[in-house]
Ligand binder design. Structure first.
Ligand SMILES: Cc1cc2nc3c(=O)[nH]c(=O)nc-3n(C[C@H](O)[C@H](O)[C@H](O)COP(=O)(O)O)c2cc1C
Length: 374
């Protein structure tokens, strides 16, 4: 226990703030490894078990190909789109992530400022953020935000955090449904990793007087018995659109919609939960076919290139969310790095759209991917 406390005090996150020349995300990942403490990098990078699903999330993209189209006007592609009436200049948003403080000294506020300075995106705020809403607002400056909740077994805690999220302007609630228990992340076990910051958004509402540093207490209060009733509760109580995050099967998508979900978030938590699962992209098309456009789909897990955004949208996603790329950017360059990573995705998607003969997000939705299995 003494060692754990020492580790908490000793954790030293990068502090540099600079623009990044992002060639690709895999290189950004490599440089992040050189600037982060080993246990912090492993926490961010790692997946569960053999990391089979983590690898699948990347390999899955190669199961479909983009067919180039010629004799098409590609002068000025328009990457803007809307989701739940919110305008985005790029179909990319920030996934909810618990640990920005592990990546950079500026924590969530740094990410928020990067998103705000880029403009036209959405920051998903994790209930397990290392900052409170006020600090995040210092970076976000009124920009769009959604709030992600892990249900607590104490209904009052859920109500309190939703009230607060609403009060600070969250325009949707994301119910993460795939993390009732944590996947067995062997890197963290090997490093004896201890979450070095508190979880101030949730911790202060816990009845047992837990302070900001008690992530273990927060975890232990997660609700294990999730059901459609939780979706109904969130929709009724918050009066906000609810996304159910962690959907990987058509049936679960339909179940969530039946319970009042306004959006489906296709994700396997970046390979951090159930190892042995397919790549998230492999599950997307069937889910999209099943729900037939009833509600928007957010896709995440493994998005690293413009090509991936294109393939996800062509397979039924409305927008994609990025997790690790944001933290790698934050680690390398603080808020300026986060802005740079959005600019990278914008440039890369633009090139892919032009080469594929598409002008708009609608064109991508209508594009037919090449299926190697046929
Ligand atoms: C370090 C880290 C912390 C995360 N924390 C949360 C969280 O608090 N809530 C949540 O719903 N998902 C969390 N996720 C999962 C992301 O929302 C997202 O599903 C995943 O990162 C997408 O995969 P990618 O990293 O390959 O982009 C976390 C992911 C990482 C890498």
């Amino acid at each position: 226990m003494l060692n754990e406390i020492k580790d908490k005090i000793n954790y030293s996150a990068p502090k540099d703030v600079k623009e990044l020349d992002v060639i690709n995300i895999f290189e950004l990942e490599k440089t992040a490894k050189t600037v982060l403490p080993k246990d912090g990098y492993d926490f961010i990078y790692g997946g569960a078990g053999d990391e089979y699903t983590l690898r699948n999330n990347i390999e899955a993209w190669n199961k479909k190909g983009i067919l180039q189209r010629v004799l098409a006007d590609t002068e000025n592609p328009d990457m803007s789109t809307t989701v739940l009436n919110q305008k985005l200049q790029l179909p990319v948003i920030v996934a909810p992530i618990a640990a920005h403080g592990i990546a950079h000294d500026s924590k969530e506020a740094g990410t928020a400022k990067g998103v705000a300075e880029y403009g036209g995106s959405i920051m998903s705020i994790s209930a397990y953020s290392s900052s409170n809403f006020d600090d995040i607002e210092n970076g976000l400056q009124g920009n769009n935000r959604w709030f992600q909740i892990y249900m607590s077994d104490d209904i009052e805690v859920n109500k309190n955090v939703i009230d607060e999220a609403k009060a600070v302007g969250a325009s949707a609630i994301i119910l993460t449904a795939d993390t009732n228990v944590d996947g067995r992340r062997e890197r963290n076990l090997r490093n004896k990793f201890v979450y070095p910051f508190g979880m101030p958004i949730v911790a202060r509402y816990l009845k047992d007087g837990a302070d900001d540093t008690s992530s273990e207490t927060v975890y232990s209060r997660k609700k294990l018995k999730l059901s459609v009733e939780d979706v109904e509760f969130l929709a009724n109580y918050s009066d906000l659109p609810i996304f159910v995050k962690g959907v990987q099967t058509p049936n679960d998508a339909l179940k969530a919609i039946g319970a009042g979900a306004s959006g489906i978030w296709v994700s396997n938590h970046g390979g951090r939960q159930l190892d042995g699962a397919p790549g998230s992209f492999e599950t997307l098309e069937d889910i999209s076919n099943a729900i037939q456009g009833q509600v928007p789909i957010v896709f995440d897990s493994g998005v690293r290139r413009g090509e991936h955004i294109f393939k996800a949208i062509a397979s039924g996603a409305d927008i994609v969310a990025i997790g690790r790329p944001v933290l790698y950017a934050l680690a390398n360059g603080g808020w300026k790095g986060v802005k740079s990573v959005f600019e990278y995705f914008e440039k890369d998607l633009k090139t892919v759209m032009q080469l594929a003969g598409t002008q708009t997000i609608e064109d991508i939705k209508n594009a037919q991917l090449f299926d190697y299995n046929k």
